[in-house]
Design a protein around this ligand. Structure first.
Ligand code: ADP
Ligand code: ZN
Length: 302
């Protein structure tokens, strides 16, 4: 059973990212009691810091929404762990069992982007929708796909952030994904842009032409998601795009060109202004994703 949108229980949420992690005490967007970020360093140091924050809080359940890849299958021996991550030192890190043991509360476990997609459906811009996506562009690129109101799962969660895409002719950047070089994550994540631009992407002005490369490569991912899933909506959040609203009109234009007026998708493309958007919950989509996941764990335990 899913939590209702007005569930009043207090949940401790842990949103783990490659650069920073957020601990949050909330029941939903209208009741956020506490929220604190800690830098992502070693697993031990980071998890200890997050657990110390939770020690001071009173809550009914915990929700973990983490960067991945994660083992989400309860039948697997490494259920609840981070698996073969690009994040140095974090491979094999146990999250779920450790937090369950420490706090003895119902604990939910999801990817950060699936969590954010669930939160957008419950409280944000995707309310009433069943088929939609949430993309984060931060330390990595992740895609949460909701299909029929649930996160889409195969044998494992999807990894569309590692999709290979066609490049701008003449663009010779090798890409920085440890596994694929120039997959989307290797081209447009924060660390990829830092390498590509030769400086922190935070220091690149909105007017800089180099954002066109970013738009081209990200729009290629969007094209592939649209032709595969035809989602009702795609929200894009994460540190790279969060404070750069100018990117959205550019992405819509490029995506529309890329779809090329293709028959069955032309009506979809005509609604791009409402289909391709910033998250309704803004920068809170990720942390509230952890809260949503915690509510679900609490209801399942009831
Ligand atoms: P996490 O990946 O830990 O969830 P974020 O979503 O905040 O964290 O993404 C962090 C990335 O965002 C970093 O690689 C950083 O360089 C990049 N970033 C932060 N601020 C900006 C900005 N204003 N413009 C572009 N990129 C930014
Ligand atoms: Zn990759």
């Amino acid at each position: 059973m899913n939590a209702s949108a007005n569930d009043a229980s207090l949940i401790a949420g842990l949103e783990l990212g490659g650069t920073k992690c957020v601990a949050i005490l909330a029941s939903g967007p209208d009741r956020v009691v506490a929220r604190q970020a800690v830098p992502t360093t070693s697993p031990e140091e980071t998890l200890n810091a997050l657990e110390s924050l939770l020690e001071g809080w009173d809550f009914d359940a915990v929700g973990i929404a983490s960067f991945g890849p994660l083992e989400l299958d309860p039948t697997q021996h490494d259920y609840g762990r981070i698996t073969a991550t690009t994040k140095k030192g974090w491979e094999g890190t146990d999250l779920l069992r450790r937090i369950e043991r420490r706090f003895g509360k119902p604990t939910g476990f999801q990817t950060d982007v699936n969590g954010a997609a669930i939160a957008e459906a419950r409280w944000g811009a995707a309310r009433g929708l069943r088929d939609h996506c949430y993309i984060t562009i931060g330390t990595g690129v992740g895609v949460g796909v909701m299909s029929g109101g649930r996160p889409l799962m195969g044998v494992a969660h999807g990894e569309s952030g590692h999709m290979r895409v066609s490049r701008v002719p003449g663009d010779t950047f090798a890409g920085c994904c440890r596994f694929h070089r120039d997959c989307v994550e290797g081209l447009v994540s924060g660390p990829a842009l830092a390498e590509r631009f030769g400086c922190s992407p935070a220091d690149v002005p909105d007017t800089d032409d180099r954002w066109c490369l970013f738009v081209h490569d990200l729009a290629a991912l969007l094209h592939n998601l649209v032709v595969t899933l035809v989602p009702q909506q795609i929200a894009i959040g994460g540190g790279v795009v969060q404070d750069r609203p100018f990117l959205f009109p550019m992405l819509r234009k490029r995506l529309s060109e890329s779809l090329g007026g293709y028959g069955s998708l032309s009506a979809w493309a005509a609604g791009l202004d409402r289909r391709l958007i910033a998250p309704g919950l803004g920068a809170m989509a990720g942390p509230l994703g952890a809260i949503a996941v915690g509510h679900d764990a609490l209801n399942e335990a009831a």
